[in-house]
Write a new protein. Structure first.
Length: 561
């Protein structure tokens, strides 16, 4: 065994770093482990902001924040978790500010808050349009200040289970090569989302859902995996995100006729309706021939050069660099793209999974505050509030238990699997399988879902899994063997895709991101106001189960914007 710690946090984005800081402050010996440098984590790409009812721009309070979130979730969010998020958010944001987060300001010096989709009040605190960048740097400073051990460029592959509890992680050391076992009394999974399952996505190459699959492989259930959010404004053709902050500042969405088409779909909220509603509206416009080369247009021109340069500077730069469009003078071509996974590892309010010693937080977890549709600004807040809670709970458990055991057989099995993978010379390279997975997920499990397409996707994934058994890693070396880790990531993504399709087929209704306009166009609270739960059975097939939604104050109502 390489080393042991009280708490090992896998993943060093906002959730992982916030968890590690809290575990350290509780008195635990804590370490972070990440396949990339912490500040390069995908949290750094978050642009628009973070939601907390600070009440700086209007009369706001946690209860209003909670109601907007419940409604936004299409009533699939667990209301106890949503209440925790909204109650704790203001203090958690002030904590970030005290650590040095440079939020944009109101004229009288308070934290400024902008309107975001489906939020009844302007509630999104922001640092221009680089909020995530600011937060990862602030958190990393706190990690460095505490001298928290960071296993940087370590790729987590397997969870170590002994005595029915999680006791560490086996990782591939990217820099030096070789498998390394890090023992821990508790492990917190914070590996982020899985947008790379799709061709058109806002997510970075690292977003391959690793921990979700690692949890699945030790019998821990995944919740609501069918709920992949499509963001309405991704830049054509790259999929780079154009922040919702643009619409928060007043940008319009136009079709090929120059019309603000949301009049037809969300006449009250217009461009500030929720993401699922706008993505469906855009896709309908495109499908019915009122798009332009598969896009619609995001028009910022009326905001004027000063506002664009001051508040949406990054957006202008992205648009100029990647689409050769200057939003001061021309509208930006945008389309829906895979953005955020509401589903993930099922946890309680302290991040604990069904396995003793194993916790999860951030995008890889499903506590569930987003239900069937996440509101912009709530994901960063979730990483902070639930990262903190998981860090605290994992530290408390670790500090009251003493032993760590890693059975030699677990390490030996992983060594054998690695040797077999590297020894294989005949078969198929991973990239073709990966491309096919991403393209077909986009076609068959995208903004709109049809029964026959989902069935077809299930068959495609089965075929890809068969091909994956003969996958060949060309690079047999030890140093920075990305060929190896990409092959392992592909295996993770195939597991997740299968869960998504099984859950999607079972949910015979339309709710939030899961839209089935052709066969089940309506939400069906009588039969489907419940979470899907997927696990792998001993035969390697996905097992589906259901779990009730936790309701506290809000009964489901028709959702209009
Ligand atoms: C472009 C974009 C803009 C966004 N803007 C906003 C916004 O304005 N507001 C908002 O609320 N939300 C926003 N979101 C969503 C939000 O940013 C993310 O959900 C959130 O930051 C995820 O944080 P995380 O800590 O869970 O994961 P990440 O930040 O993705 O971190 C994952 C970590 O896990 C590590 N990791 C992964 N796999 C392994 C492995 N096998 N072994 C070791 N380490 C591993 C990575 O190295 C990384 O350190 C945005 C998302 C995108 C894609």
């Amino acid at each position: 065994m390489e080393a042991t710690h009280d708490v090992l946090v896998v993943g060093a984005g906002c959730a992982g770093m916030r968890a590690a800081i809290e575990a350290f402050d509780e008195g635990a010996d804590v370490a972070l482990l990440s396949k990339i440098h912490p500040v390069r984590s995908h949290s750094g790409a978050a642009e628009g902001g973070i939601n907390a009812a600070l009440g700086n721009a209007s009369e706001d309070d946690p209860e209003k924040h909670a109601f907007d979130t419940v409604k936004g979730s299409d009533y699939l969010g667990d209301q106890d978790a949503i209440e925790v998020l909204c109650e704790e958010a203001p203090d958690d944001v002030y904590q970030l500010e005290n650590w040095g987060a440079v939020f944009s300001r109101t004229d009288d010096g308070r934290i400024a808050q902008r309107p975001f989709g489906a939020a009844g009040e302007p509630r999104t605190a922001y640092a221009a349009d680089i909020t995530g960048h600011v937060l990862v740097h602030v958190l990393y400073e706190q990690v460095v200040k505490r001298d928290i051990r960071t296993y940087e460029e370590f790729f987590a592959w397997k969870l170590v289970i002994d005595d029915d509890r999680c006791q560490g992680v086996i990782a591939w050391d990217l820099l030096n090569g070789g498998l390394k076992t890090i023992g821990a009394k508790t492990v917190i999974l914070c590996t982020g989302g899985a947008g790379r399952l799709y061709t058109g996505t806002t997510n970075a190459y690292a977003c391959t859902g690793d921990a979700m699959s690692m949890a699945l492989s030790v019998g821990v259930p995944l919740k609501d995996m069918e709920m992949m959010q499509f963001h309405p404004t991704t830049l054509a053709p790259t999929g780079i995100l154009i922040t919702e902050g643009c619409r928060g500042e007043g940008a319009y969405l136009l079709n090929s006729e120059g019309k603000r088409f949301l009049e037809r779909y969300a006449p009250n909220a217009m461009e500030l309706a929720s993401r699922d509603v706008i993505s469906r509206a855009e896709q309908t416009e495109i499908d019915e021939g009122r798009g332009i080369d598969g896009n619609v247009l995001l028009d910022l021109r009326h905001l004027g050069a000063d506002k664009i340069n001051e508040r949406l500077h990054g957006t202008r730069e992205l648009s100029l660099t990647y689409a050769a469009v200057d939003p001061i003078h021309e509208p930006i071509p945008v389309r829906p793209g895979a953005h955020y996974h509401m589903g993930g590892v099922d946890t309680d309010l302290d991040g604990l999974t069904s396995l003793t010693g194993l916790y999860a937080a951030g995008e890889c977890a499903c506590v569930s505050v987003h239900g069937a549709n996440r509101l912009g600004g709530n994901a960063l807040m979730e990483t902070i509030t639930f990262g903190k809670r998981a860090g605290r709970a994992a530290a408390e458990w670790a500090l009251t238990h003493t032993t760590i055991s890693v059975p030699p057989a677990v390490e030996a099995d992983t060594e054998r699997e690695l040797k077999e993978l590297l020894a294989r010379s005949e078969g198929e390279r991973p990239w073709a399988i990966r491309d096919e997975l991403a393209i077909t997920m986009h076609e068959n499990f995208g903004v709109f879902r049809r029964e026959e397409q989902m069935l077809e996707q299930g068959r495609i994934i089965e075929g890809l899994r068969e091909r994956y058994k003969r996958v060949v890693v060309d690079d047999k070396g030890q140093i920075f063997n990305n060929d190896l880790t990409q092959a392992i990531e592909l295996g993770f993504m195939l597991d997740l895709a299968q869960c998504m399709v099984v859950a999607g087929l079972a949910r015979k209704e339309s709710r939030g991101a899961h839209a089935r306009p052709h066969d089940y166009p309506d939400r069906d609270d009588e039969n489907f106001l419940k979470h899907t739960m997927t696990t792998f059975g001993p035969d390697g097939e996905v097992r589906l189960d259901w779990k009730p939604v936790t309701m506290t104050k809000w009964q489901p109502k028709e959702r209009t914007y």
